[in-house]
Design a protein around this ligand. Sequence first.
Ligand code: HEM
Length: 201
Amino acid sequence: MKKIKNILFVAMFSLIIGLQTIGSFAAELSELESGIYDIKNEVYHENEIGMQMSRTYLDENMVLEKNEGKWYYTVKFKGTNYMENYRILLDGNLVETEVVSENDEEHSIELKFETTSIIPNIEAQIYVDPMGRDVEFEINPQEDTLTLVKAIEEPKKEVVEKTSIKENEKVSKTSNITIFIVIGVAVILVIAGLVFKKSRK
Ligand code: HEM
């Protein structure tokens, strides 16, 4: 009897956690209003010196913006007098970058590249002169800091496409939740039935 009660408790707990997980999925780019956004980043390198150096030379503010139907990130490096040969990898693949601005007095450079996700796996590879070699570190955009700076009006055709993508996503999310609830409730009913049957014996 106690065992069944425990199972019932675990089933209910799993149902609650499962529902919370479904509700907390990261937003997709297609769910974002077209515009220019500010977003902050964190860096990651496996060792402490690497972490500190990456943080020093990468500006913590980056820009996410939609232009002609595509989303782009812009990152800014400082200390360009020490660096050359900037490369950006998204999910392990080298991507094309465009130099948006270069400031020789401030020793900074801004690089823009296309992204298909708000939080892709971004890696920077840079040759550092004083170190005499390439360095590599992760750039992790922090979704909870995403702030719309300027909304951009998109051409009508695209708005229709965007709406239908949004609606499809909404339908599939809702049906996922429904399936999850139905299965969860069924499991709880079966276990509750067993508990009831056993307690009547
Ligand atoms: C004055 C310029 C710099 C000096 C003197 C310098 C020096 C060093 C030293 C002594 C180390 C530890 C030893 C080593 O791993 O070789 C190191 C590590 C590192 N530095 Fe720099 N650094 C400079 C600029 C930069 C810049 C501009 C970046 C990146 C944008 C950078 C990123 C790193 C990283 C990621 C590590 C860890 C390397 C690894 O373990 O692979 N450093 N640096």
